[in-house]
Design a protein around this ligand. Sequence first.
Ligand SMILES: NC(=O)c1ccc[n+]([C@@H]2O[C@H](COP(=O)([O-])OP(=O)(O)OC[C@H]3O[C@@H](n4cnc5c(N)ncnc54)[C@H](OP(=O)(O)O)[C@@H]3O)[C@@H](O)[C@H]2O)c1
Length: 353
Amino acid sequence: MRSLHMSKFFSPYNVRKFCPFRPSLNTIAAPKSVLNRSSPSLPLQSATPIQQTRTNSTKMSAQQQNQRFSLENVFNVKGRVALVTGGGSGIGLMATQALAVNGAKVYITGRTEEKLDRVASLYSQDIPGQIIPVAADITSKPSIEALVQEISAKEPALHILINNAGISSATQNTELTSAAELSSELFNKTSFEEWESLYRTNVSQLYFVTAAFLPLLQKGTEREHGWSSTVVNVSSISGIVKLAQHHFPYNASKGAAVHLTRMLAHEVASSGLKIRVNGIAPGVFPSEMTAGESDDIQKSSIPKEKYEGKVPAGRPGKDEDMAGAVLFTTANQYLNGQTIVVDGGYVLAAGTV
Ligand SMILES: NC(=O)c1ccc[n+]([C@@H]2O[C@H](COP(=O)([O-])OP(=O)(O)OC[C@H]3O[C@@H](n4cnc5c(N)ncnc54)[C@H](OP(=O)(O)O)[C@@H]3O)[C@@H](O)[C@H]2O)c1
């Protein structure tokens, strides 16, 4: 009985069943705010926008209809205010450029002021958007609070938060075949301290930074018709594949980041807030983490040959690959609770469980 009931509930062909007036169906997924109040309206249901779209669409000319499909409309981030943590290098810099070049005002943060300043002065030239550096350590509550204060003092709202900052861990040899050797390698080559530090930067901060910016993000939704503010957590395919990739702590932290993204999306939505929470799980991209350094324009490189034969794409990710993922994840108003994998087929090749 239960499975029949559930399948009807989730079927797109039973939309009438997902009716706020039917409490037996609602109890499974109704937002907290709805369960706590007498009004039967569901704040996250898109009944009004869909109706508006239908009304609009019948009044629009064919040309206007076509315009809705243009890249400028579908991936529009013009005038949006964004914050990218770890925006001074690697993937954070790619996300920053994707947004700023397309007209967003992007605050970038990290611990190293010079990196942020260099990025702002190099990449803010002659583009429709802006890049503004603000140094902060996102693993410290006072530093996060100061960041919220600084951005709140300058902006009435935040539309996009990209939680990208992260660190890697030391490697272990996982190919050993004797129990004693494998035991020693796994036990001695990492420490509780390393796991804690990694979780602090790769997991806990996603939670604290997101929590701290919720009010400013909600204002972003309320001020812009047709826009729901968005959080994008940069996790990794390392949190999805079954391999440890020689670094158990890093992969476990990224697995936690993927699940944290799902939980935050659910809890924020079911609290009646219109803030989308999604993730991007990159494969291998050039960055200070993967290449060990960046050059005088804060860019890193990985030789293509290193990944030939290792991933179906036969190469590491490019800036454009990440830009597409960032614009899709931030601008698509119907995406919520998902982690988008951009990996040239790495997960296909490596396999999940
Ligand atoms: N590159 C890849 O192949 C790849 C693949 C999958 C996932 N990722 C993930 O992508 C994200 C970006 O990494 P990346 O590869 O682009 O490496 P990256 O170039 O080293 O960038 C990481 C950035 O995070 C900042 N950061 C680190 N700790 C911080 C802290 N406590 N407070 C504020 N900022 C901090 C760093 O700046 P400061 O040191 O100046 O603070 C740095 O700019 C990470 O979450 C990483 O795990 C990367």
